[in-house]
Write a protein that binds this ligand. Structure first.
Ligand code: GDP
Ligand code: MN
Length: 386
């Protein structure tokens, strides 16, 4: 689960990580009061959406007057913000964070994640923070400092100071850095975080260290024990189709290819996507309908796949282990009767009662291409979708 920047900053403050003063608003009418409360004569208006790259997408605007802040709020509220990290539709801007402008001297990067290779919570830091950190990581990886934390130990002040030294921080800033990094580590371990990031972590002309941005991703499987985190969920930022899918216990993830997939089992779904790619196509989604699926769920899955505008063909790949292929075939036919079918479709059935299932589909009078072999099915749907 993702949260907004303003929510991350609330957690930061509780854990002794300093941030600029800011006020959250959801209407332009609240803007001038917010500016007056914050004081100063420069403010930054920041769109609250579940995506980074807001600076590049016009979602972080520096303003030099209250009128300019109001103007910016008017322009941003109620729109869809498109950034390099969103899809073409963007994400709705319902809230803005207004912050006091800062005298930035340096922009650093600081984050914690789980490094699966070393099996350690790992600190990532860089002197080259800011809007191009992805470029730094790919083009000059030596500029990223990595520090793996011993899973049986803790992160010590000495470890923090070592990282601070590599970031070329002076004594006063090192002290603030140690507090900030220990705070991040505390949030990470207490709240079952999978990624926590401050980018940029700035040093100011006043010799202070501030978290100018905040991003936190939580492990969904651990949310049951963090009611406070779950309460921060903002469904306006989530993919509607993925949400409908989860209500129907379908594991669904939208992708940007053209072949819709309906598969039972996550491993088989991955293999199916690989085969589609291998034969020159690209999947439009990942969809695992699960083990004991019903005709209703098959129908819902069909609806979801067909509602994706980029889908040019559908590949159904079912391995009948626990489920019977003839029941799946019945489900598919019921689904088509209910929601219609206006795309080429290839159905591959294998396992329990596969022959009976394929026969049902072949004799149904519906225009369905059946296959018993997965490779042949993949080649066929790639050809039909072109
Ligand atoms: P992101 O693009 O979604 O990661 O949004 P950020 O919150 O990181 O903001 C993007 C950039 O805006 C930062 O890297 C800063 O350069 C700039 N920025 C944000 N807040 C301020 C501020 O208070 N003063 C100034 N001068 N620049 C800011
Ligand atoms: Mn940022």
């Amino acid at each position: 689960m993702h949260i907004h920047e303003y929510q991350a900053k609330t957690l930061f403050k509780k854990n002794n990580i300093q941030t600029p003063n800011g006020i959250l608003i959801d209407a332009t009418a609240q803007a001038s009061d917010a500016c007056n409360t914050l004081g100063g004569d420069i403010w930054v208006v920041k769109a609250q959406v579940h995506a980074g790259g807001r600076g590049k997408g016009g979602g972080v605007i520096l303003c030099h007057s209250v009128a300019e802040v109001e103007n910016t709020c008017d322009k941003l509220l109620g729109t869809q913000l498109i950034t390099p990290q969103t899809d073409a539709k963007g994400l709705p801007v319902n809230q803005l964070l207004i912050e006091a402008g800062q005298n930035i001297e340096r922009e650093l990067y600081l984050g914690l994640l789980i490094d699966r290779q070393t099996q350690k919570i790992t600190v990532l830091a860089s002197t080259e923070g800011g809007m191009d950190i992805e470029k730094v990581a790919s083009e000059t990886p030596d500029k990223i400092i990595k520090f793996g934390i011993d899973p049986l130990g803790v992160l010590s002040t000495k470890d923090c100071a070592e990282i601070a030294k590599k970031l070329e921080l002076n004594t006063a800033l090192t002290k603030q850095f140690n507090t900030a990094l220990l705070g991040l580590y505390n949030i990470f371990t207490q709240k079952d975080v999978s990624l926590i990031e401050i980018n940029p972590l700035i040093t100011t002309a006043e010799n202070t260290l501030l978290a100018l941005d905040g991003k936190i991703d939580f492990d969904d499987n651990a949310l049951y024990r963090h009611e406070d985190i779950l309460a921060m969920r903002d469904i306006s930022q989530e993919d509607e189709k993925e949400m409908t899918a989860s209500e129907w216990q379908l594991n669904y993830i939208s992708l940007d290819g053209t072949i819709g997939c309906m598969v039972n089992g996550a491993g088989l779904a991955m293999a199916t996507m690989d085969l589609i790619e291998h034969h020159g196509g690209s999947p439009a989604n990942f969809l695992d309908v699960g083990g004991g699926t019903t005709a209703q769920r098959v129908a819902k899955a069909f609806e979801l796949i067909q509602s994706e505008v980029n889908v040019k063909g559908i590949l159904v790949n079912i391995f009948g282990g626990i489920v019977r292929c003839d029941l799946i075939a019945e489900g598919i036919l019921q689904a088509i009767e209910k929601v219609g079918l206006n795309l080429p479709i290839v159905v591959r059935l294998e396992g329990t009662n596969a022959a009976a299932g394929l026969k049902l589909l072949d004799e149904s009078g519906v225009n369905i291409h059946t296959e018993a072999d997965l490779t042949k099915a993949a080649i066929k749907i790639v050809a039909l979708s072109k």
